[in-house]
Write a new protein. Structure first.
Length: 215
């Protein structure tokens, strides 16, 4: 269904100015910045430390995350865990969040099939991510996938062209940002050798980000 633009006023009016992450986590449940709240189970905010030096940003919660209310617990989250371990990073020391806080999906019978957020959803939801960056003040951001890259950098990029260099987030903090693939994309590669190559490239991107923080 195409939703009229007036259903996407953007999240800014629901984002509290004070109270840090705790206030943000509470307030996001009431956000009506776009129409995605209507069909999702709940908003899925973030996981991790408020003093993390590295922030990882994904696309949106998946089916399992939507039900559980926690990010990165499905198959892509497990692949992310593998990559973090390979890069020598401890998930408990990081801050993990998504560019879009509500699950966008298509119903096919009893199944809910992931549907990529539109640019309008990414831009509507960006005030939450901007507030998280301001609250956590990470030394580096890893934008995983094109949706996260658009939200963090404020523009569309191709992963293949953007990865391998350190860019800057478009918010006032201009935080060093590494763009990489989304871990779910690694799961969709049918060929084993190509899948392993993509996994190693993902780990290399995490290592590049770790170098920025000297984690
Ligand atoms: S997806 Fe983001 S902007 Fe849209 S309702 Fe959810 S929290 Fe608000």
């Amino acid at each position: 269904m195409v939703h009229p633009i007036e259903q996407r006023p953007g999240a800014q009016q629901w984002v509290p100015e004070r109270g840090g992450l705790r206030a943000l986590r509470t307030a996001v449940a009431d956000c009506r910045g776009c129409e995605l709240w209507q069909d999702a189970t709940q908003a899925v905010f973030s996981e991790g430390r408020s003093d993390a030096r590295m922030m990882l940003v994904g696309e949106q919660p998946g089916d399992r995350e939507d039900i559980a209310g926690e990010p990165f617990i499905g198959p892509a989250g497990r692949r992310l865990d593998d990559a973090l371990e390979a890069a020598g990073l401890d998930r408990n020391r990081l801050y993990l969040t998504n560019a879009v806080k509500h699950f966008r999906f298509e119903r096919r019978g009893p199944r809910r099939i992931h549907d990529k957020p539109a640019v309008g959803h990414i831009d509507a939801c960006r005030p939450w991510l901007a507030a998280e960056i301001a609250a956590v003040a990470p030394e580096v951001i890893v934008a995983m996938g094109t949706t996260a890259a658009r939200s963090v950098l404020g523009r569309n990029v191709r992963i293949g062209e953007a990865r391998g260099t350190v860019l800057e987030s478009s918010d006032a903090s201009a935080t060093p940002t590494v763009v990489t693939a989304h871990p779910s994309s690694l799961l969709r590669i049918p060929d084993h050798a190509a899948r392993e190559t993509a996994f190693r490239a993902f780990v290399d991107d995490l290592r590049l980000a770790a170098e920025v923080t000297a984690e």
